[in-house]
Write a new protein. Structure first.
Length: 494
């Protein structure tokens, strides 16, 4: 194809991948539970064996995050995921109601398109490959150009492991010549039945505009509220551990800390003790200018970077060992740049008088780019946790690190790297996406009631449109009136 322009090569490659994967998926749809489980087990083993090498590739290629944390994510996306989804019934009869004589049967969706972000390129490819195969679907990935090599490698490893365990060849594919035209082609091609979009807002919106079912996610902008009853040292530990996990590249990571006046100084001292640095207003402005381009769009060079790298880039001096940078903000919106999502080691810091003000501020922050996603609260008051459950998010994470909690690592939520934001966030689901979102369910229903005839023949007569039937119905009514009058006369009431 050397005589063709790159974009034409890219589109043709995409068409080939889609056709091949659809043919393979048609074969996979005939597999039973034992065959599918055998395939997934080999994929999990391969992901485990290559967790370190894939993590190193991702950091080297993108510059985002930390190797040790990406290793954790690769293992979480395979081993932990497998333990959670292993008992899921995604093949054959998955539910039977003997009383109402109904039966539910799982069918695969078909061929999936998986959009892969540069922030979690290998773990997301592993995760989507496994949930696709579990539900007997094929998948073709559209990688982010800045993470092409590591995403391709993850997809190849998952494909080869699946095929080695009995899956059809080409069941997992990945575009090797990424382009906007190729991504659009894959979104709209007839072979693709559903899109799983994990990435920037523009990409997710494009997926929903493709004219077919899509599962997309929105930005996080997670507020973390430390309420006055909280165990402050543990709350701060959770927040810093979360924000520094892979240098803040998970969309469920905290973006703002909100504290009450009565514990403000105590929280600030604890943050400093655990490695947080409170920037001056001037330093905050310098960092904000480095973080954002074109308004509040993040500068890719600052995504997933350590506090030291960000500070050096902004030309400010910070203490050795600083883990996160914090800038106080007095409001939300364009004049307060740190009130937006920051997928790196920078946090906004707010002070409020009470929990009611915290509520109002959380809502403003969420509506500033994060509605529907997640909210973090640290409290020892169960009633307070319930009050914050009323906020416009679908994950209320209590007394835990938000990054790990949102994806299901430190909570009982489903292990996932695609976190739905529901209709509030423009998403088709509010769940952590699992194989159960990737199946169609057909239903067998036996008749349990006889609805072929009306039980009252006179009522049927009333509905008839001929004159004789109307006469019959009128006679029937007169007869009923006579019977009522007769009964009243016997009682002396007429």
């Amino acid at each position: 194809m050397g005589n063709f322009d790159y974009d034409l090569q890219s589109v043709q490659e995409t068409r080939n991948l889609a056709r091949q994967a659809k043919q393979a998926q048609t074969e996979l749809a005939k597999f039973n539970s034992e065959q599918i489980d055998k395939i997934i087990r080999n994929m999990v083993k391969t992901a485990e064996d290559n967790a370190v090498s894939l993590a190193k590739m991702a950091v080297e290629e993108t510059g985002f995050g930390k190797v040790e944390d990406k290793v954790f994510k690769n293992r979480f996306a395979s081993t932990d995921l497998y333990e959670f989804i292993k008992p899921m019934q995604t093949i054959g009869v998955i539910k039977e109601d003997k009383l109402n004589k109904t039966m539910e049967i799982a069918e695969p969706v078909g061929l999936l398109m998986g959009i892969i972000p540069s922030t979690n390129p290998t773990s997301t490819a592993i995760y989507k490959s496994i949930i696709a195969i579990k539900s007997r679907n094929g998948i073709v990935f559209s990688p982010h150009p800045s993470a092409l090599k590591c995403t391709l490698q993850a997809a190849r490893l998952m494909h080869d492991a699946a095929v080695a365990a009995g899956a059809p060849v080409n069941i997992i594919g990945c575009i090797a010549k990424p382009s906007i035209n190729a991504t659009n082609e894959l979104m709209k091609c007839d072979e693709v039945a559903m899109i799983i979009a994990t990435g920037g807002s523009a990409m997710v919106k494009a997926a929903y505009s493709a004219g077919k079912p899509a599962l997309g996610v929105g930005p996080g902008n997670v507020p973390a509220y430390i309420e006055r009853t909280a165990q402050i040292p543990q709350a701060v530990k959770n927040i810093i551990a979360s924000k520094t996990f892979d240098n803040g590249t998970i969309c469920a990571s905290e973006q703002s800390i909100i504290v009450e006046e009565c514990i403000r100084e105590q929280v600030m001292e604890e943050i400093k003790r655990q490695g947080g640095y409170f920037m001056t207003p001037a330093q905050t402005d310098l960092v904000a200018k480095k973080l954002f381009v074109r308004g509040h769009a993040m500068n890719a060079e600052m995504v997933g970077r350590s506090a030291e790298v960000i500070a050096a880039s902004a030309g400010i001096s910070i203490p050795p060992g600083t883990k996160v940078l914090l800038g106080e903000q007095q409001g939300v919106g364009e004049k307060y740049p740190l009130s937006y999502e920051k997928l790196t080691t920078v946090l906004a810091f707010y002070t409020v008088k009470n929990w009611q003000e915290a509520c109002d501020l959380c809502v403003k922050l969420l509506n500033n780019g994060g509605v529907g996603h997640s909210l973090s609260i640290h409290t020892e008051n169960p009633e307070m946790a319930m009050k914050f459950s009323e906020k416009p998010v679908f994950r209320i994470l209590v007394n835990t690190a938000s990054s790990q909690g949102g994806v299901g690592a430190s909570t009982g939520l489903a292990p996932a790297f695609t976190l739905g934001c529901g209709t509030w966030g423009g998403s088709a689901t509010s769940d952590n996406v699992t194989p159960m979102h990737l199946i169609n369910i057909k239903r067998i229903a036996y008749g349990i009631k006889d609805c072929t005839e009306h039980t009252n023949p006179d009522y049927s007569a009333c509905l008839a449109e001929n004159d004789s039937s109307r006469e019959v119905s009128e006679d029937h009514i007169l007869k009923l009136v006579d019977e009522v009058i007769s009964l009243l006369r016997k009682k002396g009431e007429y």
